[in-house]
Design a protein around this ligand. Structure first.
Ligand code: ADP
Ligand code: MG
Length: 345
């Protein structure tokens, strides 16, 4: 059995998180077809149809920087993924951490799109733990000297349009513009000054509430938009950005494969998601190779992230979330292949 894995170490860290079988899958006695061999190996057991005999079991092996099994908590995932990036922004760096995977695989559970009233501890999410870590580092004497302030933004990209999740009254899409320092800026995006974790939790509640409002019973909009939560460190004197951390809950990756819908709205959405996930991969590739040209202009998502992609001082972490069930195995393999290609240079 061939081993697919990264050929070369690159600037991006790629991790995979497997969720447990959910009650529905358990009731249907679905098989768990993903075995992890921590710290970094994963085996997918896929059935391959056979013409003359019973289907044969075909194992596919993958190697990542880290794999997290169904027993791993959000805190466990946080420690190896977002946490090291927070030190990086305190050193004046730019960081991005994104969750990629099919709808229902655990992106929002991991990142923290928790809506008030839902049965999950809001502190137990990467958004919240990242904020809490930022405030605790801010207390250290060394960072106190730098005199930094913390601001948070939360927005989503839906069908190439940017919507502010922290100004729920404002339903108008926001525009992008290059500022005088040649940085791409989302015009009029709200950046709320925050001085503690409790304030950030309140913002997350507002934003998650705004995101959930776009839902209809037939179509869950949140699975079709990218949600971006940003923590910005600014110098208190100049207001210049000192470091920035973007934490992203990407649109469901199954849309990338599904362009078969007859509904034109769904078709446009799928094509757009497909494109943005491809461009994202290409940008990460180009960064890893130190290419002079990075195709960030090709979609809104990467335009927004441009400053986090160019320059020497950027770090990226991807968390690929996967469902363990037999019925999801094709989507899971697509996610694993995408994650693998992000890593290959
Ligand atoms: P996505 O955002 O990728 O569509 P969700 O995060 O909404 O998926 O997860 C789908 C369901 O599975 C939710 O009910 C969530 O609470 C549950 N879930 C996801 N990951 C885990 C996990 N690691 N442990 C326990 N439950 C999980
Ligand atoms: Mg989600």
């Amino acid at each position: 059995v061939g081993l697919s894995g990264p050929m070369k170490a690159s600037g991006i860290m790629v991790c995979v998180r497997k969720r447990p079988l959910n009650p529905k899958e358990l009731a249907a006695r679905e098989l768990d077809v993903i075995s992890l061999q921590p710290p970094n190996m994963l085996v997918a057991h896929a059935m391959r149809p056979h013409v003359y005999r019973d289907p044969i079991l075909h194992n596919q092996n993958f190697r990542f920087d880290r794999v997290f099994d169904e027993d791993c908590s959000n805190a466990g995932v946080f420690n190896y993924t977002a946490r090291p990036l927070i030190r990086h922004i305190f050193e004046g760096g730019w960081a991005t951490c994104f969750a990629y995977g099919q709808t229902g695989s655990g992106k929002t559970h991991t990142m923290g799109g928790v809506v008030e009233g839902r049965n999950q501890n809001v502190m137990d999410s990467i958004y919240a733990m990242a904020a809490s870590e930022v405030f605790s580092i801010l207390q250290e004497p060394e960072s106190a000297q730098r005199n930094l302030r913390v601001g948070c933004s939360f927005f989503e990209i839906y069908n190439t349009k940017i919507y502010d999740l922290l100004s729920p009254g404002n339903k108008q899409p926001l525009r992008m513009q290059e500022n005088c320092q040649h940085q791409m800026e989302v015009m009029d995006l709200r950046e709320c000054p925050t001085s503690g974790t409790a304030e950030v939790l309140a913002l997350l509640n507002t934003g998650n509430g705004a995101r959930a409002l776009g839902k209809t019973s037939a179509n869950e909009k949140s699975s079709r938009s990218h949600a971006i939560f940003q923590i910005v460190l600014r110098s208190a004197n100049s207001q210049k950005a000192y470091g920035k951390f973007s934490l992203i809950d990407l649109a469901g990756s199954e849309r990338a494969a599904d362009n078969s819908s007859s509904d034109s709205q769904t078709c446009t959405e799928s094509a757009e998601i497909n494109k943005s996930l491809l461009v994202l991969k290409e940008c990460i590739h180009a960064m890893g190779r130190n290419d002079p040209y990075i195709p960030f202009r090709d979609c809104k998502l990467t335009q927004v992230l441009r400053d986090s992609f160019i320059g020497k001082n950027v770090k990226t972490c991807m968390i690929a979330t996967i469902a363990p069930g037999m019925r999801s195995v094709n989507s899971t393999l697509n996610t694993l292949r995408y994650a693998n290609r992000v890593k290959e240079l």
